[in-house]
Design a protein around this ligand. Structure first.
Ligand SMILES: [Fe+2]
Length: 429
């Protein structure tokens, strides 16, 4: 399952000036260092762990994010004489660490990334250092031969891309660890972030959710453009959408709520499910969210007792949709979610929230020219949009217009459910 991320495309261009270059140099150092912090709790054997075809080993994430900078920023800079002394990785590494860019060439099969015991982690880490040094060299060049606006934009994209892979690394690791009978503990920090993020006093957990109403009408969604900061191409252009009157729940669906669905035969009642979802329940033997284990749940902090008031997580779109139907509600459209996101508790930093919206281009969408145009646009079929961000998302990476997307049967990402419903108020003309 490809999940990934967007390119700034034609819509986003970084300003070409010294301040921008200096800010990028500083963020480059921070973001790249954070990836190394994420693997610090791991044993060397963990670095090759791939629990399933959709997931990738930590070492692969480290190599792939580095490949992205080398391929799209450094090799062109080297050819243009902007940097000196940089030695790219052996050509065969491009085959290993290309994810899905057809324009760049053939690649190693995704389900077999866990077989790559070589190159060893020391060689990958040394490559990361060489790439970081070369990027800093490029950013520190005087203006005349320094990075172009396009190169700065690609560098920004590389940073955003690495942040996406920081989250992927953790969710892939959770999948891998969940398959080990020893129930390994990664680290307590992600669970601590989850707990502090969902326990917002305004969320009213443990009670009937409060509903926030909107009269509907003609509204605008989508990113307003480069002046408002970075965005992936799939968030633009901003455009108008007509909404009927609706209400959206102020808190996410909890473990306790979802346990009531299960107790009411939720996984045994075909009338609650989309046909494809019901087939998935049968074929995959789903009886509960992905990491539930009796009255416990498995997380990056290992196995722990489940908190009934905490938001339920690791649900597929099919499960979210069936739950909503059982609850006499529905999932919000992404336009409804975006419109009220700033007023909603638990919108960011807790769990990605499934929407009723299929992942399709906004009206007027145009992917970027060249290989990075493959970043987002080619995945706009057979997937559903999730909004918000989760406790595994790096700080500062979330955005009200951010469109995440996965296939409707996927449930290894930190996904949750927020309900919506139609309301009777009149839309304003
Ligand atoms: Fe990627």
């Amino acid at each position: 399952m490809a999940r990934m991320v967007g390119t700034p495309g034609q819509a986003f261009r970084v300003r070409r000036d010294v301040t921008t270059a200096m800010a990028l140099a500083q963020r480059l150092q921070q973001v790249r260092h954070h990836t190394l912090e994420l693997i610090a709790p791991l044993e060397s054997e963990d670095l090759c762990l791939q629990g399933m075809a959709d997931a990738s080993p930590p070492k692969w994430h480290l190599g792939h994010t580095t490949w992205f900078f080398e391929t799209f920023v450094l090799k062109p800079a080297l050819a243009a004489g902007q940097i000196t002394g940089f030695e790219p990785a052996p050509e065969a590494w491009s085959y290993l660490f290309n994810s899905y860019y057809d324009a760049v060439g053939a690649r190693h099969p995704r389900p077999e990334r866990g077989l790559l015991s070589r190159p060893p982690i020391a060689a990958v880490l040394a490559w990361r250092q060489r790439v970081d040094a070369a990027l800093q060299q490029l950013l520190s060049r005087p203006d005349a031969c320094g990075p172009s606006a396009e190169q700065l934009s690609l560098l920004e994209l590389g940073l955003q891309h690495e942040q996406q892979h920081q989250e992927l690394l953790l969710m892939d690791l959770l999948d891998g660890f969940s398959r080990n009978p020893l129930e390994p503990v990664y680290d307590a920090a992600p669970e601590a972030r989850f707990a502090s993020a969902w326990r917002q006093p305004s969320a009213g957990s443990g009670h009937e959710p409060r509903w926030l109403s909107h009269p509907g009408g003609l509204v605008e969604i989508g990113h307003p453009g480069a002046a408002a900061g970075f965005h992936f191409d799939n968030e633009a252009p901003r455009h108008r959408v007509w909404l009927e009157p609706f209400a959206i729940a102020e808190r996410l669906v909890s473990n306790g709520d979802f346990a009531a669905f299960i107790a009411d035969g939720g996984y045994r009642r075909p009338e609650l499910w989309m046909s494809e979802g019901w087939a998935a329940v049968q074929q995959r033997g789903w009886q509960a969210p992905r990491y539930w284990r009796g009255s416990d749940a498995f997380s990056l902090a290992g196995r722990q007792q489940r908190d009934g008031e905490a938001p339920v997580r690791h649900l597929s779109w099919f499960e979210a949709d069936a739950y909503a139907r059982w609850a006499g509600a529905r999932l919000p459209s992404e336009a409804e979610w975006e419109l009220l996101a700033d007023q909603l508790p638990q919108a960011f930093g807790v769990l990605w929230q499934w929407t009723a919206s299929p992942y399709r281009p906004y009206p007027g969408f145009a992917p970027a020219a060249g290989a990075v145009g493959e970043y987002n646009g080619k995945f706009m079929s057979s997937q559903m949009v999730l909004r918000g961000s989760c406790h595994l998302t790096p700080a500062g990476h979330e955005r009200r217009t951010y469109r995440n997307f996965y296939g409707p049967a996927c449930r290894w990402m930190a996904s949750g459910v927020r309900l919506a419903r139609d309301s009777q108020q009149q839309a304003s003309p």
